[in-house]
Design a protein around this ligand. Structure first.
Ligand code: ZN
Length: 277
């Protein structure tokens, strides 16, 4: 049977309790073709080793999470230095993309926060592009505006890319963050090939934790099949990556979670394909 897993990736936070080596083995065994790793999970000085482990398992490292947070702190120097380190780590891992959580508006000044985000991204792009690393800004759900990101819609992300206009800058699109947006179809068409990676999680009802209450694809109310089809139709050809932050999932073994996630994504992306009974 022809493999149908080449377009489906797994984000490490979905199996957050597993050490990185276990996560890689589990991802490969479940049929994923790529993973995204988190910086704190890789560990200091282990980038070459992890890169080799992924390669041996036939896994691409699609991206590294995360950089950004351009708006926090009294000045941008600390974020700037940490973001350069994140780019260096992406190089060491062979990850072509660094995902940016852009930083919140901590004082209610949304315009000011967006301005700092623009300045921060602009200040990082030359260093990233010289290193061969792309930067992907991830618009968040508006409920995170004061804690994670003042960039809270695909429209704003498109606007930012229009303003900066740099070939190394792209958008990480997360279904959990953008599904509610009445402008989504229009902004998807506007984004086109600017979307470099897609995170997939579902919206549970009720959502008991804003940060860590996401559902595996198919467990919530987002109409994911048409949404993922619309993303494909907009020109996206990259990895659809399950990124489900959920404390209940951590009670499961990583193997069970990875299998559930892969099966759900296969069903969404390839509804006509027949898997194992
Ligand atoms: Zn995400």
């Amino acid at each position: 049977m022809t493999s149908i897993s080449g377009d489906i990736g797994l984000n490490q936070v979905t199996c957050d309790a597993a050490p990185t080596a276990t996560f890689l083995k589990t991802s490969a065994a479940a049929g994923f073709g790529a993973v995204t790793l988190w910086r704190h999970k890789v560990g200091n000085g282990l980038h070459d080793k992890v890169r080799g482990q992924a390669a041996d398992l036939g896994l691409q490292i699609a991206s590294l999470c995360r950089g950004g947070f351009f708006t926090t702190g009294p000045n941008q120097r600390a974020a700037h230095d940490d973001n350069r380190r994140a780019i260096d780590e992406a190089v060491a891992l062979g990850a072509p993309l660094l995902v940016l959580v852009c930083g919140p508006s901590t004082d209610g000044n949304l315009t000011g926060a967006l301005s700092r985000i623009r300045t921060g991204v602009e200040g990082l792009l030359d260093y990233a592009s010289q290193a061969g690393i792309g930067l992907a800004v991830e618009p968040f759900h508006p409920m995170f505006v004061a804690e994670r990101s003042a960039l809270i819609s695909l429209r704003q992300a498109n606007d930012l890319l229009d303003q900066i206009d740099h070939p190394s800058l792209s958008i990480a699109l997360d279904t959990y963050h953008v599904w509610w947006d009445p402008e989504l179809p229009t902004q998807l068409r506007r984004a086109g090939k600017r979307v470099s990676i897609v995170h997939v999680a579902d919206w549970l009802v009720p959502t008991t934790s804003l940060l860590r209450g996401r559902g595996l694809p198919g467990d919530g109310i987002i109409q994911l099949a048409p949404l993922l089809a619309a993303i494909k139709d907009s020109g996206f050809t990259g990895w659809f990556e399950v990124e489900t932050l959920n404390d209940d999932l951590l009670e499961e073994s990583p193997a069970v979670t990875a299998e559930l996630a892969h099966r759900a994504m296969s069903g969404l992306l390839h509804p006509g394909a027949r898997g194992d009974p």
